[in-house]
Design a protein around this ligand. Structure first.
Ligand SMILES: Cc1cc2nc3c(=O)[nH]c(=O)nc-3n(C[C@H](O)[C@H](O)[C@H](O)COP(=O)(O)OP(=O)(O)OC[C@H]3O[C@@H](n4cnc5c(N)ncnc54)[C@H](O)[C@@H]3O)c2cc1C
Length: 508
């Protein structure tokens, strides 16, 4: 017998609601998938989410993050809407600045060599603030990203690089709160279930085939949202698309993003899009494991290189450590390290900046060598050409513009003069012992190549037409990022397009 009182409406309307409730399948278990699931449920869809990972390893790369999210805001009033817990004392001691839509759009354009898809970029930028407000209303808490994105200058804490907001509890906190909200909204979450194939009929996607420990299954749906990541965790796909050497990169996050969503969609005619030979990759501890470790999270990364120098095993500098704010260089410097002998490099600092190094330099699992002189350091770094290293540091010290003031909160122009490989900002001589070197290799974060998706999160076929019933969000959206990436855009992109995909999967 049907019970209608839950609907609070008459029986006729209740039957109509039940029969018209659209069945939506979401593939993936990270930020993009959970935002899509919540959004679809909010619109009245009946939502089932398949996460390939078992529950204890669920949450994808999103769970490994710091939860930093790039968002447009016009001063502190906009931030207060996102972070009602912001105290008067915090507001008084902090210069939050602002981050306009133009700045976000410019940053996206500049770092991607103006290849970013204008429609996708515009949607990401314009929807960033409304989407974070929506998340906040749903129950996600945000905080200022003090620890990683601000410096105290002249008694005032100043944010830099356009990145100001993090989710409470970082990536694990974000995934936990989104999961809770999804469950409260009635989403069914099935862990340990891998989507394998899209089912089609009469010109549209009608469901997915899955596999799990219990066996293979078929699940029918009115719409499927793919939010199951890129192909960074597949050694063979990395080598095939990114090129030789990428089999040797460490994976920073989940082991489960092996290109399934891309493969499934392209098998039914979806068009690939974007920078398939490009990826986000960073300086990552030399001895980090093959895949991410949830206990360490993102702390294998070593992001304070703008405060020191980076040398390879030949003892030579090979990139401009101060070319731009860290947010705009770190995602491409992993590839530079991969190209060095033994895919290795050393970040070197002196005692004067030791206190400014990020917390990730103080974890137990760190590859660190310390010495009281440059000669001793050169001797201790066994794989490095010590004589060349000493010469490199002597040349570098002599080239630093000591007449320009050092200010880490702005691009201070305190660079080097006359070096073949310049350092453009934040150049300090390495003179005060102890000297510390941190060993790094290349850690891949996610791949840039994806599916052709429009601003409504619909997956398009080779002729540019939408594939009926198929949507995508998150890492597997192609066309947004090329060569590089503005830090904190990945989560925002997943939330923005996840929310849009969820809504459109139900109402269109
Ligand atoms: C260490 C680290 C730190 C980072 N820090 C930040 C940060 O602070 N800010 C930021 O914006 N970005 C950050 N990023 C990038 C960010 O993680 C990604 O851009 C974002 O999380 C992608 O979200 P997503 O939901 O698309 O993918 P994911 O979160 O990776 O989720 C993909 C999900 O799909 C599941 N899956 C895969 N295949 C299948 C299948 N066949 N069937 C079912 N499920 C499947 C996976 O198990 C996984 O749960 C970081 C990444 C890493 C690795």
């Amino acid at each position: 017998m049907l019970v209608f009182q839950d609907y609070g409406v008459d029986a006729h309307r209740a039957i109509k609601h039940m029969t018209s409730q659209r069945q939506v399948v979401v593939v993936g278990g990270g930020n993009a998938a959970l935002c899509a699931a919540i959004s679809a449920a909010e619109q009245g869809g009946r939502v089932t989410l398949f996460e390939r990972a078992p529950e204890e390893l669920s949450g994808g790369n999103s769970r490994f993050t710091a939860g930093a999210m790039r968002v447009v805001y016009d001063g502190v009033a906009d931030l207060q809407r996102l972070m009602p817990d912001l105290t008067d004392a915090e507001i008084a001691r902090t210069d939050f600045g602002s981050y306009s839509a133009e700045q976000f759009y410019d940053d996206l354009g500049r770092v991607t060599s103006y290849r970013t898809d204008p429609a996708l970029a515009e949607t990401l930028v314009n929807e960033s603030y409304p989407t974070l407000c929506w998340m906040q209303t749903e129950g996600v808490r945000f905080l200022p990203l003090y620890g990683r994105q601000s410096y105290e200058v002249d008694g005032k804490v100043r944010f830099w690089g356009g990145l100001t907001v993090e989710a409470w509890g970082g990536g694990p906190g974000l995934v936990e709160s989104l999961t809770k909200i999804a469950i409260e909204r009635g989403v069914t979450i099935r862990y340990g279930v891998r989507a394998r194939e899209l089912i089609t009929g009469q010109g549209q996607v009608t469901g997915v085939k899955t596999s799990s420990r219990e066996g293979d299954d078929t699940f029918h749906a009115d719409a499927v949202i793919l939010a199951c990541g890129g192909f960074e965790s597949s050694t063979t796909w990395r080598t095939r698309y990114l090129g030789p050497g990428w089999d040797l990169a460490r994976v920073r996050g989940t082991r489960f993003n092996t290109g399934d969503g891309l493969e499934m969609a392209m098998a039914i005619g979806a068009a690939p899009r974007g920078h398939w030979s490009g990826c986000h990759a960073v300086a990552w501890d030399l001895n980090a494991p093959e895949y991410g470790d949830l206990d360490v999270g993102d702390n294998f990364q070593k992001h304070s290189y703008p405060l020191g120098i980076l040398v390879n095993n030949r003892g030579e500098r090979f990139l401009d450590e101060g070319a731009d704010f860290r947010n705009f260089t770190y995602a491409r410097y992993g590839s530079e390290i991969l190209r060095q002998p033994n895919q290795a490099a050393w970040q070197i600092f002196d005692a004067r900046v030791a206190d400014m190094l990020r917390d990730e330099y103080r974890i137990r699992q760190v590859t660190r060598v310390q010495a009281d002189s440059i000669a001793e350091l050169a001797d201790k770094l066994e794989d490095v050409d010590g004589e060349r290293l000493q010469a490199t540091i002597t040349e570098y010290n002599a080239a630093v513009m000591t007449d320009v003031a050092f200010d880490p909160s702005v691009k201070d122009g305190r660079g080097t003069r006359g070096l073949t490989v310049p350092k453009s900002n934040w150049a300090n001589q390495l003179v005060e012992p102890p000297f510390t070197a941190f060993g790094v290799t290349c850690g891949i974060t996610f791949t840039f190549g994806g599916l052709h998706v429009d601003a409504a999160a619909r997956v398009l076929d080779q002729t540019g037409d939408p594939i009926s019933g198929l949507y995508a969000a998150g890492e597997l959206v192609g066309g947004l990022f090329y060569f590089n990436y503005p830090g904190g855009s990945g989560l925002t992109s997943g939330s923005v397009f996840g929310r849009i995909a969820g809504r459109n999967a139900v109402i269109s």
